[in-house]
Design a protein around this ligand. Structure first.
Ligand SMILES: [Fe+2]
Length: 282
């Protein structure tokens, strides 16, 4: 077993892991300790000063489960379809090499699939001199802070998630990667027990959750807006300032995230490789 140090980044979400090279061998005992630290940190770990070749990122990510090949095919890394490029870089023809608009709204990756994504690992190859941070919210802590009558009300509710939702919401900025109706909508309980910790977790997000089943539209909007506002209160959120070499691992079952697109027009470039670990049925 290799030793590493865990330094909390906030009281509620996030920890930095110091002393572990993700590109090198990680034995089973160390990997188990890492997973435990991940859950302890609310589902968010930061590894700094990493040097992760695409194949090494794919191999480390595979330790958690099968990898997703994203629906937006043109942003996949040639030769490594498991790597989805999140990037503001352009190729020689002036075409974007990765998704430049990725995630500038609160969401949980692939909540529009059944089962949704387990985790994502985002590795920074280039970062702007300023801006381009990512915010992460702890959805289990947000759930715990709700009053008991609200928790009871939510416990019987099911929400609908749809990839096209965000395209409708942000149609000025987010291009349709897939045609409407390409992906059918899916249903998830509003409160999902975490598969590994058993902890009750809010599982709705502004990016992909369209409505709560059985409610009138105005009721559904009111409940969802209340939950979205509540979940991203500052005390549930950690804001990550990226450095080149950062690898950030988040649990999509218990967190939401939001990319801050404040660096456009500053000349800064943000170029990252994401792997996404598929979830398993609840
Ligand atoms: Fe995302």
């Amino acid at each position: 077993m290799m030793s590493f140090e865990v330094r909390p980044l906030s009281p509620v979400i996030g920890a930095e892991v110091v002393g572990l090279d993700l590109g090198g061998p990680v034995d089973d005992a160390t990997f188990a300790a890492l997973r435990a630290a991940w859950f302890e940190a609310g589902g968010l770990l930061v590894f700094k000063e990493q040097s992760l070749a695409p194949q090494a990122q794919v191999e480390f990510s595979r330790r958690f489960g099968d990898l997703e090949v994203h629906v937006a095919k043109r942003y996949l890394l040639p030769g490594h379809p498991e790597i989805y490029r999140v990037s503001t870089k352009k190729d020689a023809q002036g075409k974007a090499v990765g998704n430049p608009e990725s995630g500038r709204y609160w969401h949980s990756d692939l909540s529009y699939l059944e089962p949704p994504a387990m985790a994502s690992l985002l590795y920074a190859l280039e970062v702007p001199p300023m801006g381009g941070d990512t915010l992460f919210a702890n959805m289990a802590a947000a759930y715990d802070a709700l009053s008991p009558p609200i928790r009871t009300m939510l416990s019987s509710m099911t929400a609908v998630h749809d990839y096209a939702h965000v395209l409708r919401l942000f149609s000025h900025g987010v291009r349709a990667h897939v045609g409407p109706g390409t992906l059918p909508s899916v249903r998830h309980p509003v409160v999902r027990p975490h598969q590994e910790t058993g902890r009750a977790t809010l599982y709705v997000n502004p990016g992909f959750t369209t409505h709560i089943e059985g409610l009138a539209r105005h009721e559904s909007d009111a409940v969802l807006n209340m939950l979205f506002e509540h979940a991203v209160r500052p005390e549930f959120v950690y804001r990550h300032r990226w450095s080149v070499g950062d690898a950030v691992l988040w649990d999509n079952r218990s967190t939401m995230h939001h990319a801050v697109h404040d660096f456009y027009g500053t000349g800064g470039v943000r170029h990252m490789h994401r792997t996404t670990i598929m979830g398993t049925a609840q």
